[in-house]
Structures are given as C-alpha cells and as structure tokens.
Write a protein of this length. Structure first.
Length: 573
C-alpha cells in the first residue's frame, strides 16, 4: 500500500475527550496544523506483533495490562489508584527540586515539579538512558508524548498532572549510550562518540565523569553537522552542558531540560541516593524473596509465547531483580537459603538488612525498575517504546505481588522527519515508506520499471509470448523430420528469450540513465528515513534536526505528533 497524504481537521485542544487523542484509525492520524504523511504501523516489518495488537486490538492483551488507554473508565481507575497509593510526596518533591536547582531548570519545569506535593496530582512518566547529546530521536518523541498526554489528562479529567522523564542513570551499557548519530549536508549518516575514556565494565553511567576527550567529541560533531545559521548556538550550548568534569547523566539532563523544560517536562535523575530510602522496603522484599519476581515475569513470558507473542525478558529463575552497587553493578542470585553477590555469599536476612540501612548501595534491574518508579511517583500512565511495552506485559503479577498499582501504558509517538524534497517524493504515492529500508535497489528498480512507457513493456511481453507460441509449434513440427531436433528448437527458443531479456535489461538501464532525477530522489529520501538501514528515530539524534531547522523543530514535532499508537507520522519541519 503506497504512502498517502491525509488531511485531518485541526483539534485546537485535547479538552473534548482524551479518547480522541488515543483512538486508533488505521488510515488517519491525529490532528495536524498542516498536511502530513501517515502510515499504518502494521506495514512495518520491524513492528512486533505484540505492539501491533496493542495498537489495534488491545483486548487481546487485556490480561497483561492494567487497562486500555482508549477507555475513559480505565483512566478514572488509574488516576484513583495513583492518588490513593501512599507515597512520601514532599520528600520526593524536595529531591526533584534540588536536582532542578542544581541544573538551573527552566521556570516551567520547576513550576510543574511543585505540583508533585499535591496529593491529587498524577504523573505521566517516560524515560530512557542518558544517551550522548540526547541519544536517538525517539528519546525526545517519548518526552513529547508524555507532555501531550499529561495535557490531555489534565484537561479531560480535571486533575493536576505532571509529565516526568526518568533518566535511567544506573544503566551500565556504555556502548549503547556513547553514540550520537547525525546527518550531514548530503544526508550521509555519521556517528560520533567519546573516545579513550570508557568506564570499567559494569560501571553505572551515573558515575561517568566527562574528561578532556569530550572536547574532541564536540569538535567531531561540529565537523559532521552541516553548517547552518543555528550551528554556532547549538554547539555553544552543548559545550556548556557537556564540559570536562560534568557528569554524563547531568549533561544529558540539562540538555533535555533545555529542549523540553520550557514545556513543563520534569527531568528526574534516578540515581539520586536521597530517594533510595523511599524504596528500601521494596528492595528488602525483593531480597527476602529472591527469584519470585523472576519467576512471575518468566511465567507471564511463557504465557505470551503460548499466545504467539514473544517474551521480551527471560530472567534466570534464581535471579533477584536487584544489583549491588559496589565497584560495578553486580547481579544478585539466590543460592539455597543465601544470596550470591558476585562471588560473595550473603544470607537473605543479612543482605535485606543491609538494603534497609544502605539502600543507596542497590539498584533495580529491568523488572523492578518500573516498580521503583511507581513507588516514588504517582504514575497514572507510562509512555513506552515497543520493547518496554513487551516487558511491561510480563509485570502485571509482579505489581500485584508488591501491592503497587500498575499504571496504564501508552505507546510513544513514532515519526520520521524529512525535508520538503523527500516529502514531495513520498507523497507522490509511488513508493511505500517501508520499502526504502532495504539498502539495495530492489524498490528503486520497481519504480524505474514502472516509469517505462507502457508500449515498450507491451512490445517486449508480446515478443516473448510470440516466441514461446511459435517456437513451441516449430519444436513439435520438426519431430516429423527428426525427433532429435525438438531439443535444438527448444534451445534456440531459450537463446532468443535470453536475447530479448537482455534487450529488456538494456532498455531498463537506459531508463535509469535517463531518469537520474528519480534515482537521486529515491536515494535522498532513503538516506533520511533509514540511515544505515535503520529507522531514523532509532539512529539519528535530535541534535541533527535542531542544527538544521533550529529550536522551532521541537514546536513542529509537538504540533504534528499523534497519540494514536497505530500511526507513524512523516513530518516536514
């Protein structure tokens, strides 16, 4: 199905109904200020079945989630649960306020954070690791989704609402966060990274301090980016945030805050040791029952697999959902009545007591992190990427076991940004967006073949049919003279068919030479949409777009993005 332009009447505000923003329409998107290109995500081969069903038939997955985000009653219940669950709101709000003061957060973000003290306030939470210079575009897409959803919840249900970005500061995958992808003036894809200062294996990113090599990384970024009127200010701002001696997490938080803090985004650095006492009981229970969380998540994963989905997480049956933060982030595993912390053996009671006294020494893994988040924040809904959606589907019984209300889950908005030339090429309807992903010329060849005059194609097809018909008759007739001549006749047919096909190929090559414009347009759109063969939002940083279009690109994204999880939007800034 080719990509098509659809015009949707503009909704000035989300006040009428939250469900208008999250209802699924296979061939349309949410309101936009201008025409946009909208694509049904089920056409994308990289979208897993669970994500597709959640977007279009969430009832199939109702046993794994706390409710359907399209259902107003599910929202009322989620809001009530988030408000009723006991939390130390004032303590958390003070911690957030201190973080914001240290970073110099924008006024709107600080004002939003004060609402966390209100017992009626609920949070729309999302998060990601502290990727270099903001990480891939989907990081900003998640944050913008949370902001739009928070506005919609506030207006629809008349409840104080805050959008929170949880910086996963204790992750230790340096290779994943130490990369920034950008497009140059010709849309060629480049990556930059911090060289020569890799932390020790298992070191949480929160402990990484930027050294002198960050200057060379910024220089490399400046070289890779095409110079525009926005480049000097962008690089100056990044140099201020990513300076030697600055923490990797703090630099990420300040950069994200500068982009979205003015819209009221509350950025939270999850490694803050002052918040760990607020989840000490959660840590203790996990250690006392090590393996139970893994077993519950594993059982849900097996149920998903039996239904034809996939299990995102396959935890070891004896693993605790916690790490010990020593010199490195060390896994904890059950060993009979005790617990293995690396090579060290502890009693369950002893390690649980340690977690109560010094909770800052412990860090949740992927299974417990959402529960830590929802113990601290009054989360009514979490904005998830496709992989997060899949592992959250394994956690409903884990939430129930700990007595923590599971929030609703909203898939993040998904989008591709292309320039006007690429948008015009795509809007012609001759090529589907997803067909640009393969890094060969198969889709281009289809286009070029379609561009041949119909009379040429008809003539070639007619010759091939006539050859087959006449030579088949000849092969039968010559057997009257000599039966062995049939094979010779059929061989002659094969050679003539090959010659005609070679001529057809030459015609195609001539069409390619004649239509280099089409080739350039295809390659230009392909380079933007799938740099290196990967979807743009997973590879290219928001830095690339701020450099090209300036800060207003954030406004454009916020305006065009849809909360409809079944729609991918192609946006021209």
């Amino acid at each position: 199905m080719p990509l098509t332009i659809s015009r949707v009447p503009h909704l000035d505000t989300p006040r009428d109904a939250l469900t208008q923003l999250v209802s699924v329409h296979p061939n349309a998107g949410v309101a936009a200020a201008a025409s946009s290109l909208r694509v049904d995500i089920r056409r994308f081969p990289w979208i897993n079945r669970l994500a597709a069903d959640y977007a279009f038939d969430a009832g199939r997955l109702s046993a794994f989630f706390a409710g359907d985000v399209r259902d107003p009653q599910a929202w009322r219940q989620a809001i009530a649960r988030a408000q009723a669950h006991p939390r130390q709101r004032d303590t958390l709000a003070s911690i957030v306020d201190d973080q914001q003061a240290r970073r110099g957060a924008p006024t709107a973000a600080r004002a939003a954070a004060t609402r966390l003290r209100d017992p009626h306030t609920v949070a729309i939470v999302t998060g990601q690791q502290a990727g270099l210079f903001g990480g891939p575009l989907f990081t900003v897409l998640k944050a913008l989704t949370a902001l739009r959803l928070a506005d919609a919840v506030r207006d629809t249900y008349n409840v104080p609402t805050v959008a929170v970005f949880w910086v996963d500061a204790e992750d230790h995958d340096w290779q994943e966060v130490n990369v920034c992808g950008v497009l140059d003036a010709d849309a060629a894809f480049h990556t930059v990274s911090i060289e020569g200062e890799a932390p020790s294996p298992g070191c949480p990113i929160a402990r990484v301090q930027l050294g002198a090599s960050i200057e060379a990384t910024l220089d490399a970024l400046g070289t890779a980016l095409p110079p525009t009127e926005f480049t000097p200010a962008l690089l100056a701002e990044l140099r201020e945030r990513y300076a030697p001696g600055q923490g990797m997490v703090a630099a990420f938080s300040r950069w994200l805050e500068s982009l979205l803090g003015p819209r009221g985004l509350v950025v939270y650095e999850s490694s803050d040791p002052r918040a760990k006492p607020l989840v000490a009981d959660l840590f203790c229970r996990e250690l006392e029952n090590a393996g139970a969380t893994a077993e519950r998540a594993g059982a849900a994963g097996r149920t998903l697999e039996a239904l034809g989905y996939h299990a995102q997480v396959t935890p070891h049956h004896d693993s605790a959902a916690l790490f010990w933060l020593g010199d490195a982030r060390t896994p904890i595993r059950a060993a009979g009545d005790g617990l293995h912390v690396g090579e060290r053996v502890e009693t369950r009671e002893g390690l649980a007591a340690r977690a109560r006294q010094h909770p800052e020494e412990f860090s949740p893994n992927v299974l417990l992190r959402p529960l830590v988040q929802d113990t601290l924040f009054p989360t009514a809904c979490y904005v998830a990427g496709p992989s997060e959606l899949a592992y959250l589907a394994q956690l409903r019984t884990v939430y129930e076991a700990f007595g923590i209300p599971m929030p609703l889950v909203q898939p993040r908005a998904t989008a591709t940004l292309v320039d006007a030339n690429a948008a015009r090429f795509l809007s012609r309807g001759d090529v589907a967006l997803e067909s640009l992903r393969p890094q060969d010329e198969s889709a281009l060849n289809v286009l070029l073949e379609a561009a041949l005059p119909p009379s040429v194609e008809a003539a070639v097809d007619g010759v091939l049919r006539a050859l087959d018909e006449r030579m088949t008759v000849l092969a039968q007739e010559v057997t009257v003279v000599d039966p062995t001549l049939e094979n010779a006749a059929r061989s002659a047919l094969g050679r003539m068919q090959d010659d005609v096909k070679k001529l057809q190929a030459k015609v195609l090559q001539a069409a390619k030479r004649k239509d280099e414009t089409l080739r350039r347009q295809f390659k230009h759109a392909q380079a933007q949409a799938f740099p290196g063969g990967n979807p743009q939002e997973r590879a290219v940083s928001v830095v690339s777009f701020v450099n090209r279009y300036g800060p207003p690109v954030i406004d454009r994204l916020a305006e065009e993005l849809t909360l409809d999880p079944g729609i991918h939007t192609v946006i021209t800034p």
